[in-house]
Structure formats: C-alpha cells, structure tokens
Write a protein that binds this ligand. Structure first.
Ligand code: FES
Ligand code: FES
Length: 164
C-alpha cells in the first residue's frame, strides 16, 4: 500500500504517494526527475548517490523514501544559486576534479558536508572524508585539490563578508 510523504528538496516541497520499499535515490531520480544523483553500486559502497539530508551527507540508495518524510534534502541541482556555481563546483572545474562525471555529484555533496563541519581540512582529513566515495577516473588527487580550492574560496568569502 502506498504511503504519502512530504519532502523538501532544494527548497521546494513535494508531496507524493510512494511504495514503502522505494529507495530515496529512485524517488529523487524517477519521481522528481533529479537525475544528477547517480547509482553506481548495490552494496552502499560507491557514494555516487550521496545527498544532504537534514544537514548531513547520506547515501540515498540506503534510505527509503518514506524515511525522508518531513526531511530537507539538498541534491547537486540545488547547489548553484542564480546561475552562480557553488565554490565546490567551481573548484572541481578549475582543478580538473572530474572526468566522466559519474561520481561528481556525490563527491561534491560529500565535500559540502565535510566543509560545513570542517572549513579548513588538512589533505589527510579530506581524503578520510571522501572514503565513502569511489572514483574510477581521477585517482583522487585532483579531487583533493578541488576541495582545497573550494575551502580556500569559502573561507575568503566568509572573511570578505565580515564573518568568522
Ligand atoms: S549507489 Fe553506491 S553507495 Fe549508493
Ligand atoms: S570522474 Fe569518473 S568516476 Fe569519478
């Protein structure tokens, strides 16, 4: 029997009837047509499905859509504001942190969570923070540089705005 859920995704509220077994990643991709969030495995390892749910990165292939009832979710489609790339998106572009792009939405959402909790991470902390996200193309080095670029830019922006 279907259940009604209300989920806020990238600031927009959606109410839907879903099967209790529907995974959040399929809800995002197939019901809301937000196809930036990818599926790269069926064992919760790759992290291509990572989104922010109530402030923390989660693997959306391992959450049921019904568990997201009442939640606030941010996906890769919600990061740019008024056509301006988020510093993480800019960093991945500038530092060549992607090739095929399949892992990139999940990588960026994990990095987003990481920088929220630790705005000035060491290289080791970045690598540790990305342990749940696999990439077959880049060898990770440029992903680390991309996140360092974003961290620098976000701290600079905070200073310029008079914060921290
Ligand atoms: S699809 Fe691989 S961890 Fe979610
Ligand atoms: S860029 Fe291809 S898997 Fe990471």
């Amino acid at each position: 029997m279907k259940q009604q859920i209300t989920v806020t995704v990238n600031g927009v509220q959606h109410t839907s009837e879903v099967e209790p077994r529907l995974l959040l990643v399929h809800y995002l991709r197939d019901v809301l047509n937000l196809t930036g969030t990818h599926v790269g495995c069926d064992t919760s390892q790759c992290g291509a499905c990572t989104v922010i749910m109530n402030g923390s990165a989660v693997k959306s292939c391992t959450v049921l859509a019904v568990q997201a009832d009442g939640a606030e979710i941010t996906t890769i489609e919600g990061l740019a504001k008024d056509g301006q790339l988020h510093p993480l998106q800019e960093g991945f572009w500038e530092m060549h942190g992607l090739q095929c792009g399949f892992c990139t939405p999940g990588m960026i959402m994990t990095a987003y969570d990481l920088l929220q909790k630790n705005p000035n991470p060491t290289e080791e902390e970045i690598r540790h923070g990305l342990e749940g996200n696999l990439c077959r193309c880049t060898g990770y080095q440029n992903i680390v540089r991309s996140i360092q670029y974003a961290a620098d830019k976000m701290r600079g922006a905070a200073t310029a705005a008079g914060g921290e």
